[in-house]
Every structure is written in C-alpha cells, then in structure tokens.
Design a protein around this ligand. Structure first.
Ligand SMILES: [Fe+2]
Length: 281
C-alpha cells in the first residue's frame, strides 16, 4: 500500500497490521476476513473479553447498546462478519467489512459514507488482554457494531463519513477526527436512569467503562462542537474530558449542518486546547 495509516492522537507506538496480505487487500483497503487464521487461543481471547465486558454493561452502557449487543451473534468465538451482515443489512442497511488495521482517511470516510464499517480482523495477544492501543476485532465489533443496528446512530455514522470526505477537501480532517474521538469513540449520553457510555473506546474497555461513568476525576461537559474540535487527545491513556449528549437525535442534528464555517473559525483561532493532564484545573 502506498499510503500509510494516519493517527492523530498522541502515542508512543506506530500502528501495526499486515497491509500486503499476499495481495488480497483491495484498493479500498478491505480484505476477506481471514477466518482460517484464527487459532483456538484467538477465539478464547474473544470469548473472555466478551464475557468480562458484557457483565460490566448494566448501569454503565446506554440502553440502545445493551439492547443491540445480542445482534452480534455468538459470544463464544470470533463471529463471521458475513453472519453479522445478514442481520445488520436488514436492520439498517449497514455492512461490516474486514480491514488489516487502521486505514487512511479517504478510504475510511468513503466506506462510512457507503454504510460500510471497517473492522480490523486480527485479535490482540493474551498479554494485551487488559489494554491495546489500536483497534482489534474485539474493539471494532463489540465496541462499534451494536449501535449500527440503531437507525439514528446508523444514519449519523453515514453522515460522518460524508462529512469526512468534505473535511478532507478542506484540510480539516484533524478537527473532524477529534469529533469522532469524543463522540463515536468516547462519547457519553445522559439517559433517564443516569449517565451512560455509547463510545466504542469506552464500551470495549473494562477500565475506561468504569472510569468514564464512575470516577470523580474526569471532566464531563455537554457536547460543544468548537470546544470538541479544539481539544487534542491522547490515545494511550484514559480520557480526562468526556463530552455528553442527550440523545442520538441530538448528535445527528448537531453534526448534520455544513462544518465549513466551523473549520474557518477554528483556523482563525489556532490555539488548540493542550493535552489534558491530571494536573489541569
Ligand atoms: Fe474505534
């Protein structure tokens, strides 16, 4: 592949993934799910991760996520993407497609705009059971795919992809990536029974799921597009700030307008928020 994956958040490690795969990675960075490559240990890792994480969800994950999780299918082994797609296409018209790892912006946005969600097909090693920096099949499937069964969230993800292609043409991908980070990856939602997580980075992490909802340490503020797009983030530590929405409809409505004026405003005021640390007031 001529183009390397792009990672904006701070991290000490480059992304990994076999982007050649003996020629089976296509021009859009998708590839067949390499199901034959999974070992019994890989399936066991998935089973253990799924069991631990699903036990934690009540009281911490949003209602829509908990309701949709069974749609992923088997929890005892890594599911076949084709099986998930039989249900997902019928529910919202989305599909899961396999990728070798993180992919560049334009192919990523193009897939989303076409209601295709790229899922890394390899799984972490046992010594990464508690924490992995980059997405693997557990993060991508367990964290992201259940909410693609929700019609409003599904439409939001497609609109985000279309907006990403526009951001790319305007040189504003880094700003839009922050919105993705603080909503789709690390978003919180206020529900009738309290604060809950809907972001995939939280929902697929046992430590961050508790930290995001229960800890007194992080800030939790209502989603504000400008502030969100000005706030840098670190990809290898718990978040110090979470942005909160009231509903997926609110998220869709907030992010539907043309962001070009916002990007122009951000370029005029180039002072990004610093990396937030424990010492921040
Ligand atoms: Fe993710």
């Amino acid at each position: 592949m001529a183009t390397e994956p792009v990672v904006y958040g701070g991290s000490a490690r480059p992304p990994r993934g076999d982007y050649s795969r003996g020629g089976v990675v296509l021009a859009d960075y998708t590839c067949p799910q390499n199901y034959a490559a999974y070992t019994p240990a890989d399936h066991e890792t998935y089973r253990l991760l799924y069991a631990r994480q699903s036990r934690l969800l009540p009281g911490l994950a949003c209602d829509e996520f908990i309701a949709a999780l069974p749609s992923l299918g088997a929890s005892s082994h890594i599911p076949r993407f084709d099986d998930i797609n039989e249900r997902l296409v019928k529910a919202t018209g989305w599909q899961v497609v396999a990728v070798p790892g993180l992919i560049p912006e334009v192919p990523f946005f193009t897939l989303l705009a076409n209601r295709k969600f790229p899922v890394t097909d390899w799984i972490r090693k046992p010594d990464e059971f508690d924490y992995i920096v980059e997405p693997d099949v557990f993060h991508d499937l367990f964290g992201h795919v259940p909410l693609l069964f929700n019609p409003v969230f599904a439409d939001h993800m497609q609109a985000y992809g279309a907006g990403g292609l526009k951001a790319h043409s305007l040189g504003a991908c880094e700003q839009l990536a922050r919105l993705y980070w603080y909503t789709i990856e690390f978003g919180l939602i206020q529900q009738k029974d309290g604060l809950r997580a809907y972001g995939a980075g939280i929902l697929s992490s046992s430590g961050e799921l508790v930290h995001a909802i229960k800890s007194a340490e992080p800030k939790r503020i209502a989603l504000d597009l400008l502030r969100c797009m000005r706030t840098r983030y670190n990809i290898d530590s718990y978040q110090q700030t979470y942005f909160v929405i009231d509903s997926f409809q609110q998220l869709f409505d907030m992010t539907a307008p043309d962001f070009a004026p916002l990007y122009a405003q951000l370029k005029q005021n180039t002072l990004d928020q610093p990396f937030l640390s424990k010492n921040c007031p």
